[in-house]
Design a binder for this molecule. Structure first.
Ligand SMILES: NC(=O)c1ccc[n+]([C@@H]2O[C@H](COP(=O)([O-])OP(=O)(O)OC[C@H]3O[C@@H](n4cnc5c(N)ncnc54)[C@H](OP(=O)(O)O)[C@@H]3O)[C@@H](O)[C@H]2O)c1
Length: 200
């Protein structure tokens, strides 16, 4: 399989790339590094990416930024930031990938535990992660060519505990290598419209 991984240099993306690289051809895509580069907020940049990759079998998106802050202080710009990056970025990548995905291919997006478990300062993150999961549920019903779409929802990663741990008091973390297995299941499996949770 030829698998395009957006966010391949990241904490999650690098673990997914490592896991899948033993059996598959991986196109590592980042914003500033990788085999190819893209700005997932920019439709022209996304079009140029897929023009360069040509046809492929699976798209994995392990990127997308969010703003955190107290609900009463989150600005329009902070809301817009997450909507344009994590939500519309993944939706734009999905829509643009369809013509390039081979028959029976798949798309795997990323949400996060806060879609189900709100945290302090996480109203935007909960809203956007939830929307990603609802998008995939609907898109699964309409995708052509037998394409599948799923979402992986990880809890806090052990590797990210130092950076984000204070926002997740009392949350267990999981190693990136375990989270990567959920992406492998989404890419190699048969289900569609599902959320693969890596928590509970
Ligand atoms: N880490 C966690 O604990 C955790 C838990 C649950 C959910 N998540 C979600 O999982 C996703 C990945 O998280 P992560 O911690 O692995 O991220 P990360 O380590 O910060 O890596 C981010 C990746 O996204 C790429 N990127 C940044 N801006 C981009 C843009 N505008 N267009 C395309 N690619 C861009 C980066 O590329 P360059 O390196 O080239 O800049 C990098 O490869 C995020 O949506 C996050 O919300 C993370």
């Amino acid at each position: 399989m030829k698998i395009v991984i957006v966010g391949a240099s990241g904490t999650i993306g690098s673990a997914v790339s490592t896991l899948l690289a033993s059996l598959h051809e991986i196109v590592r895509v980042g914003h500033r590094q990788g085999d190819a580069r893209v700005d997932m907020t920019d439709s022209a940049s996304i079009a140029a990416l897929f023009d360069a990759t040509g046809p492929f079998d699976a798209l994995v998106v392990a990127s997308g930024n969010l703003a955190f802050g107290p609900l009463a202080q989150l600005s329009d710009e902070q809301w817009q930031f997450g909507l344009e990056s994590k939500l519309m970025g993944q939706i734009k990548l999905t829509r643009a990938a369809i013509p390039y995905l081979r028959e029976g291919g798949s798309i795997t997006l990323t949400s996060g535990i806060v879609s189900e478990v709100p945290i302090q300062g996480g109203a935007s993150a909960t809203t956007i992660n939830g929307a990603i999961e609802h998008f995939a549920k609907a898109a699964a019903c309409e995708l052509p060519k037998g394409l599948r779409i799923n979402v992986v929802s990880p809890t806090l990663l052990t590797e990210s505990r130092e950076a984000y741990g204070p926002f997740f008091p009392g949350f267990e973390s999981v190693p990136a290598a375990r989270v990567a297995l959920a992406y492998q299941r989404a890419v190699m499996g048969v289900q569609s419209g599902q959320v693969f949770k890596v928590f509970d």
